[in-house]
Design a protein around this ligand. Structure first.
Ligand SMILES: Cc1cc2nc3c(=O)[nH]c(=O)nc-3n(C[C@H](O)[C@H](O)[C@H](O)COP(=O)(O)OP(=O)(O)OC[C@H]3O[C@@H](n4cnc5c(N)ncnc54)[C@H](O)[C@@H]3O)c2cc1C
Length: 462
């Protein structure tokens, strides 16, 4: 009788043991944790560091704190510049990925012009060298009323918040709330437009490609780095050409023509990849079927062997969680952060800044800044200065970014084209854009591209 197995009692004892162990560990770790372990827990069987994401992640010192959400092009630059311009502030960078991966230059990596080391950086090493704190964690919620960021590792309060969340794929535009179709699309035919494992999947797919149609859907504007899908098409075509594959790259463009640097790209399509690249304008996507490998567009229906399925872009999830996404004049939300065009802060909150691709409408002349790493880097430098000035008790004078973008169109010989943007404020107080397209493909432009990357990586990482 006494030896009978009592499952409920054993479960109770095991749970009690876990609580006792957790309390002892928490007490040893310090008062904050001991207090949290003593509070009623959602599940008594979870260790405290697993179960309680609202516990403080970092102790609060005397320094005022800037929390930067997203460690991409904007986020890492902001962290470095804040340490330099306002060393009295505590700077914390939150990012889900363990390693920085650069989307700029990644098209060239897809076709083995350089290896992955060129695109990656060790966040911990950089943050130690630059003197800010890096925490690898998923950011879950942003509580504007309490000025707190809730992450998978715990909660952090802030004095200033910088959001650099990049973009999200608006799969809802294609699939509504059909998560299965969205996930199948992401997993099988990734866009590789967000720093993630998608790039590795795409690289594998193009190197394994045996022939047939590789279809690319291009998102409607505003989109991340508008010229880069055309660069990607050229470089994949160059690979197929070198391998003498019986293959086509079919570009399904939402736009009515190639932009920016249209003449330069179209000359490359025509002169270098006539039998490989097929360009289809006005191909508004109507239906995507990732299971049967079929796309219906306003310019016709297409079956494919493989595809790079780029859904429309929007500001990254964090912009939505932070409640900074603006209202569309047509009703609903317009998908991008509604910021003061000159100071880049949320229009209702001077302590919340948004930088990089997530930034919304800034000018009636050109609508959105180009969603480019160069612009994200410049936004970050500008916002770091705004915060430093405010901390010094001064009203910051506004500043504007600029942009440069180099696109390789040929690999043998290596040749590139480029585009440049400058900004100024006109007499009506409107931000005005001037754009220069350099359409002639040249080897020197490739050297300029690598020099640009060397300088800007140095600016981001030291
Ligand atoms: C193929 C390609 C080529 C490109 N070429 C160029 C080029 O030549 N020149 C150029 O200037 N630009 C180029 N770009 C554009 C450039 O990559 C983006 O404009 C730039 O990355 C924007 O910086 P960002 O900081 O806004 O976003 P990102 O660099 O995307 O950074 C956002 C970060 O936030 C993190 N994040 C998001 N949500 C969470 C969360 N919930 N929790 C934790 N972390 C989170 C993400 O992991 C990411 O690291 C290219 C892009 C692509 C895809």
């Amino acid at each position: 009788m006494s030896k009978r197995y009592d499952a409920s009692r054993r479960r109770f004892l095991a749970a009690g043991g876990a609580i006792a162990t957790a309390s002892a560990a928490a007490a040893a770790a310090g008062p904050a944790l001991a207090q949290s372990a003593a509070a009623p827990a959602a599940s008594p069987t979870l260790p405290p560091l697993v179960g309680r994401r609202t516990d403080a992640l970092l102790a609060r010192g005397k320094a005022r704190r800037v929390v930067i959400c997203g460690g991409g092009w904007g986020g890492v630059t902001a962290a470095r510049y804040l340490r330099q311009s306002a060393p009295q502030l505590e700077v914390v960078l939150l990012e889900r990925n363990p390693v920085f991966f650069s989307c700029p230059m990644s098209n060239k990596w897809l076709v083995n012009i350089m290896d992955a080391d060129y695109l990656t950086k060790d966040y911990l090493k950089v943050s130690e060298e630059q003197g800010y704190r890096f925490i690898q964690t998923e950011i879950l919620e942003i509580e504007r009323d309490t000025k707190r960021v809730i992450t998978a590792a715990g909660a952090l309060d802030y004095d200033y918040l910088i959001l650099s969340p990049g973009i999200r794929y608006n799969y809802e535009a294609w699939f509504g709330n059909d998560r299965r179709a969205a996930e199948a699309t992401r997993a099988r035919f990734p866009a590789a437009y967000i720093p993630s494992a998608e790039h590795f999947r795409l690289k594998q797919a193009i190197h394994d490609f045996k022939g047939g149609d590789l279809v690319m859907t291009l998102p409607p504007p505003p989109q991340r780095c508008p010229p880069s899908p055309y660069e990607r098409a050229c470089l994949i075509a160059a690979l197929f050409k070198a391998r003498k594959l019986n293959a086509r790259v079919v570009i399904l463009d939402h736009k009515d023509d190639v932009r920016p640097i249209g003449p330069g790209f179209k000359a490359a399509f025509q002169e270098l990849y006539k039998d490989i690249i097929t360009y289809v304008p006005n191909a508004h996507v109507k239906e995507v079927d990732p299971f049967n490998k079929r796309i219906k567009t306003a310019a016709g229906d297409f079956d494919f062997e493989h595809a790079i399925l780029m859904a429309p872009h929007q500001a990254g999830d964090l912009a939505w969680k932070a409640g900074v996404v603006g209202k569309s004049p047509l009703g609903g939300l317009d998908g991008w952060a509604n910021v003061d065009p000159l100071f880049l802060n949320d229009r209702n909150d001077p302590d919340v800044y948004v930088i990089g691709d997530a930034v919304g409408f800034v000018s009636p002349q050109f609508a959105f800044y180009p969603k480019a790493g160069h612009v994200a880097n410049r936004h970050a430098r500008i916002v770091a200065r705004y915060i430093a000035e405010r901390e010094a008790g001064r009203d910051p004078a506004h500043d504007l970014p600029n942009n440069l973008c180099y696109m390789m169109v040929s690999t043998d010989p290596q040749e590139a084209i480029s585009v440049q943007f400058d900004y100024k404020i006109n007499e009506q107080g409107v931000i005005e854009q001037t754009q220069w397209d350099f359409n002639q493909r040249k080897p020197e432009t490739v050297s300029d591209d690598f020099e640009w990357a060397r300088i800007i990586y140095g600016d981001m990482f030291g």
